[in-house]
Every structure is written in C-alpha cells, then in structure tokens.
Write a protein that binds this ligand. Structure first.
Ligand SMILES: Cc1cc2nc3c(=O)[nH]c(=O)nc-3n(C[C@H](O)[C@H](O)[C@H](O)COP(=O)(O)O)c2cc1C
Length: 301
C-alpha cells in the first residue's frame, strides 16, 4: 500500500490509489483545520531518495470524513492517518474517522516537520498517555506510525507500550527527521523550511527501517503486525522487509516518483522472486531473516 504523505492528499489522488493495485488507500496525515504546510521548496529527490518538510499540508479531517463513503467503492481498506497538535485533537479526529467508516486508523506520533513541535513518539511518557487515551475512544484497529529509533532500549520500550495499550499495528518508519541534503554547486540546502532540515526517505533509509522492523518483530513476537516503510522501490525491497518481520509494506518516495503503476510492478516482482526462491507464500518469509554464523562473508576488517 501507499505510505501516508505522497500523492494521497487530494480526491483525484485518492481515486487513483483506489484504481491502482495498492492493497489499501492510506490518507495524508490530517489536522483539525486545512493546512498549506511549510514554505516551498519543501521536497527534493535524487537517485538515493528524498528529503521533505511538507508540514502536514492537508484538507482538514472533516473533508476526509466526507470522502470515505465515496472511496469505499474501490472495495479496499481506507486508512486515515491522524496527526493532532494535542491529545484532544487526536481524540476528536479518531472518533470522527471511526464514525465515518474508516477500516483502520493510523496514529501519526512521528511527524518530524512541524516547526516548534517535537515528535511525540520520542517522549515515552507522553506516548503512553496518548495511546491509552486514544485506545479508549475507538474499537477500530489502530496502527501507530513511529519514527526510527536508534537505541535498542527505545525500540523495546515502545514495543512494550504498543502491547500494553492494545495497538493493532506498528508502522515503521516515518522519515528520518532533521536530516540535510546539500547542493554543493550552490553551497545551499535543497529545501527551504527549518534552515534546510527535513525528513529523509527512499534508499537512504532502508537499512534503518529494516533494523527497526527486525527489533520490533523480535519484541512483539507476532502479537502486533508490523507494516514496513522506508526505501521500498522493488519486489526485492519488499521481500527484505518481510524477512525482517513486516507483514505489509508501504511505499512513499518511490510511489511519488513512479505514480500508481508502482503497486502492480512491485507485486509482480515480488511474486517472481518468491517463485525463484521456491517460497509458496509470504507467510513462509515473515521474520525468517538468517543471521550470519561462522565467517561466510570473510570480513577481515
Ligand atoms: C513528501 C512526503 C510527505 C510525507 N508526509 C507524511 C505524512 O503526512 N504522514 C506520515 O505519517 N508520513 C509522511 N511521510 C513519511 C512516509 O509515509 C514514509 O514513512 C517515509 O517517507 C519512508 O518511506 P519511503 O522511503 O517509501 O518514502 C511523508 C513522506 C514524504 C516523502
């Protein structure tokens, strides 16, 4: 499926997702009011990936609640993504999306691009408060969109909170926040907001995403499904996420680059790779990453 953000803000984009082979329609993260987001240029892409400082440009949650019944015609799960500026905003939007018929609601605790607002998911006390309160306002499946964690202890701590608060999915990872890409010719950052700082996606982040997925998979022990995101451009990339324990993948940067045709291409590539490797289904792959024993790679360093 698509990752929240790229090409899922406007009605025509959501309809294209409906017509594509994306397994679900994931909506752009919503706020209470419509927003135009941060100043442009706020997106840049090269052969390694992307940097963005979108700043939650969206139509406001009410508009997406109105669109849900229309999007149901495509017969796939509709997954709004919610990003409030306070707990009560999260609660209001989650209740509204529940009523409007959302199939799953993704709680975005990891937007790195709101000026002056740190990511909730890096504050474990605040995260616990948010997750338990949001859990109590809906019975719909709740997925939590998380940032990359770099210390194992943080991954373990967050995994405990997800289990304790009965979450139904962990989407890993949001873009790698507060990064910078420099144009050396101009001696200048490539995007304008936050003095050039933005969230990194694409090939740049795949190993970071896979590391997070693998640790969370081992901590959650299959009790909560993982939705992998970060650098999926091909069927083999998706396969790597499944090996590390993801049950689904989301595609952001590569979808923005290639458009909705990407979902059928990746499915075909994945099927071909699974047959080549003689797997009968993805279920035989999930979490089956082998670790190196002995010295088969012969590193000398
Ligand atoms: C232009 C752009 C906008 C994004 N906006 C959101 C957003 O609104 N909510 C969210 O949860 N993630 C957002 N993301 C992060 C992506 O959903 C995804 O987690 C990240 O880019 C890694 O996946 P990728 O390597 O396939 O791009 C955005 C990413 C990009 C490139």
């Amino acid at each position: 499926m698509n990752a929240s953000g790229p090409l899922c803000t406007f009605e025509n984009e959501l309809e294209s997702l409906g017509q594509s082979e994306s397994g679900a329609i994931v909506l752009k993260s919503t706020t209470m009011e419509p927003r135009t987001g941060n100043e442009r240029p706020k997106y840049y892409e090269n052969e390694h990936g992307s940097i963005n400082s979108n700043g939650l440009e969206n139509l406001g949650y009410q508009k997406y609640c109105e669109l849900i019944p229309k999007l149901k015609q495509f017969g796939k799960p509709i997954i709004p993504s919610v990003c409030g500026f306070s707990l009560s905003e999260f609660e209001t939007m989650v209740k509204a999306f529940d009523k409007a018929g959302a199939d799953v609601i993704e709680i975005n605790l990891s937007c790195p691009n709101i000026i002056g607002k740190p990511q909730v998911a890096y504050d474990f006390e605040q995260s616990e408060k948010y997750l338990s309160a949001i859990r109590s306002v809906t019975d719909k499946p709740l997925w939590v969109k998380l940032p990359p964690y770099f210390e194992l202890i943080h991954r373990q701590e967050m995994a405990k909170l997800l289990l304790k608060n009965k979450m139904d999915g962990a989407t890993l990872i949001n873009s790698v926040g507060n990064s910078i890409i420099v144009d050396p010719e101009k001696g200048q950052a490539v995007i304008k907001p936050k003095q050039g700082l933005g969230g990194l996606g694409g090939h740049y982040v795949k190993p970071i995403a896979l590391g997070n997925v693998w640790t969370f998979y081992n901590e959650l022990k299959g009790k909560i499904p993982i939705i992998g995101a970060g650098g999926v451009y091909s069927g083999k990339d998706a396969f790597e996420f499944f090996l590390c324990g993801a049950e689904m993948v989301q595609i952001g940067t590569a979808y923005k680059h290639e458009g909705p045709g990407i979902f059928s291409r990746i499915k075909k590539e994945l099927d071909a790779f699974l047959s080549l490797k003689k797997y009968s289904s993805i279920n035989d792959v999930i979490g089956k990453l082998k670790v190196v024993e002995g010295e088969e790679y012969g590193f000398t360093a």
